[in-house]
Design a protein around this ligand. Structure first.
Ligand code: ATP
Ligand code: MG
Length: 402
C-alpha cells in the first residue's frame, strides 16, 4: 500500500490567480484549463505539438518533449501545482516535477495505471478488501509463456502492457497458436492475456481524492463502446441495479484509498452476465465517461481535478439531471455513403443545439479524421427517458445509427 509521504497540513493551498500546470495538450487538458480559468486560476500546458486543443485555451504553452528537463523545470517553476491529462505521461517527468512543486497524481500512481501488469497486480492485492478482482490473466513476456497458457484463459484477449487505448494494442485469440501470432504481430512486446469474459454491460466509477484524504465518488456510469471507442455514456445506467452501483462505488473507494491517490481517477468495471463485477482498468485523470458531469453534476470532473490539484476542498458530486453523453468522432464530417476521404460537411450543429437539453462541446480540432474524438454532446433532461429521446433525435440529425 502506498501512502502520501507529505502530511496534509504541510501542503499549501494554491490560490487564484496562481498558475496550475498540466502535462499534455489534448481535449482533457483543454477542459481542465476552462474549469481552472472559471475558478480564477491561470494554466500552463507542456506539450510537444504547437497546435493543440489545450494550448488554445491555456495562458501559457511550453512546446517541448514531455521529458525535456529544461521545460519541466520551467513548468515546475511557474506552477503552484501540476497534473496530467493523459496516463502515458512519463512517470519520471512527474517525479522530476514533484521535486520542486506539488504534483497530483503521483508518479507512483501513474506508473501503476500505465502498466497493465502492475495495475492487475494492484487489483489482485485490493480484491480481498474491495470485494472485486480483475479478469483471470497471465503476463506474456515471451514464447515460453505462451506454451504455458492454461486452457481456462482461452478464448482470450491479448493486450499490450503499455500504451493501449481505445481498443488499440489488443487482439482476440482463440488458441495458443493465435496468441503466438498476435504476440509476434505486436512486435514481441510484453503483453497480458486476459480470459474473454461474458460481458452484460460496462460501467465506470469516477472518483476524486484530495491531498487531505477526502474522497468523493460520482454516480456509476454505463458505457457502450463501438469499434473499441466509447460511444455513449448513460447516467443513471439503464441496466445498473442499485446493488451493482453500491458494490462498484464501494470497490472504487477501496481502490483510491489503497493507492493513496490524489486527483481524479476513473475505474472501469465489467458487469458479467451472471451479475458479478470485474475491475478492468483505471485512468489517472478525468475520463471520457465522466464528461457528462460537466452538464449534469454540481461539480464537473475537470473542476474536481482543479480542486484536487490546488488542494482546495472537493466539490459536490450530486447529479442534478439524468444524462446521456455521445462522443462526436471525425467520421461525422465525412460522407457516410461515398466514404469520401475529404471532409465534406460540417455537422448540423444548429439543429443539434435546437434540441432541449443539448450541451455541445467541441475541442477546437480543425482536421477531422475517422475515429478521432472531435467533441461530445450531452443530453440532459428531467427524466432519463426524455434524455434518451433527445439522444435519438441528435443521432438522426447527425446520421448516426443507434
Ligand atoms: P480504453 O482506453 O478505450 O478504455 P483500452 O484500449 O485501454 O480501452 P480495455 O478497456 O482493456 O482497453 O478494453 C477495451 C474493450 O474491450 C473493453 O471496453 C471491453 O469492451 C473489451 N474487453 C476488454 N477486456 C475484455 C475481457 N477480458 N473480456 C471481454 N471483453 C473485454
Ligand atoms: Mg478501457
Amino acid at each position: 500500500m502506498m501512502t502520501s509521504t507529505k502530511k496534509p497540513a504541510a501542503i499549501p493551498t494554491a490560490h487564484p490567480p496562481t498558475v496550475l500546470g498540466v502535462m499534455g495538450g489534448g481535449q482533457l487538458g483543454r477542459m481542465f484549463a476552462h474549469a481552472a480559468q472559471a475558478m480564477g486560476y491561470q494554466v500552463a500546458v507542456l506539450e510537444p505539438a504547437a497546435d493543440c486543443p489545450a494550448g488554445h485555451a491555456a495562458e501559457y504553452l511550453i512546446n517541448a518533449p514531455y521529458t525535456d528537463a529544461a521545460a519541466l523545470a520551467q513548468l515546475a517553476g511557474q506552477c503552484a501545482a501540476v497534473t496530467t491529462e493523459f496516463e502515458n505521461v512519463p512517470s519520471s517527468s512527474m517525479a522530476a516535477l514533484a521535486e520542486t512543486t506539488f504534483v497530483a497524481p503521483s508518479s507512483q500512481c501513474v506508473s501503476i495505471a500505465q502498466d497493465r501488469i502492475l495495475e492487475k497486480k494492484f487489483f489482485v492485492d485490493c480484491a480481498p478488501h474491495a470485494g472485486v478482482g480483475p479478469a483471470p490473466h497471465l503476463a506474456i513476456t515471451g514464447l515460453h509463456d505462451i506454451s504455458a497458457v492454461p486452457d481456462v484463459l482461452l478464448p482470450g484477449i491479448l493486450k499490450t502492457v503499455r500504451m493501449g487505448y481505445d481498443g488499440k494494442g489488443q487482439a482476440r485469440v482463440n488458441t495458443r497458436l493465435e496468441v503466438e501470432t498476435a504476440f509476434k504481430a505486436m512486435g514481441g512486446v510484453t503483453c497480458v492475456l486476459e480470459k474473454m469474459l461474458p460481458l452484460a454491460y460496462e460501467v465506470s466509477v469516477l472518483t476524486a481524492r484530495g491531498a487531505d484524504g477526502a474522497t468523493v465518488v460520482y454516480p456509476i456510469a454505463e458505457n457502450v463502446h463501438r469499434d473499441g471507442i466509447l460511444f455513449t455514456t448513460t447516467v443513471p445506467g439503464p441496466n445498473v441495479s442499485s446493488a451493482c452501483a453500491e458494490q462498484a462505488q464501494a470497490a472504487a473507494r477501496v481502490i483510491v484509498e489503497r493507492l493513496g491517490y490524489v486527483g481524479v481517477l476513473c475505474i472501469e468495471f465489467f458487469v458479467l452476465t451472471d451479475g458479478s463485477l470485474v475491475v478492468n482498468e483505471m485512468a489517472p485523470r478525468p475520463h471520457n465517461s465522466g464528461h457528462y458531469t460537466m452538464d449534469a453534476c454540481v461539480t464537473s470532473q475537470f473542476a474536481q481535478q482543479v480542486r484536487a490539484t490546488a488542494r482546495v476542498p472537493l466539490g459536490d458530486v450530486r447529479q442534478h439531471s439524468p444524462a446521456v453523453m455521445l462522443n462526436l468522432l471525425g467520421d461525422l464530417w465525412f460522407d457516410a455513403e461515398t466514404g469520401d476521404a475529404s471532409p465534406v460537411h460540417e455537422p448540423d450543429w444548429a439543429a443539434v443545439l435546437a434540441l432541449p437539453g443539448a450541451c455541445l462541446h467541441l475541442y477546437g480540432k480543425d482536421d477531422p479524421r475517422p475515429g478521432r474524438k472531435m467533441g461530445h454532446l450531452t443530453l440532459i433532461a428531467p427524466t432519463l427517458a426524455e434524455a434518451t429521446a433527445q439522444l435519438r433525435a441528435a443521432c438522426t440529425i447527425l446520421r448516426i445509427t443507434l
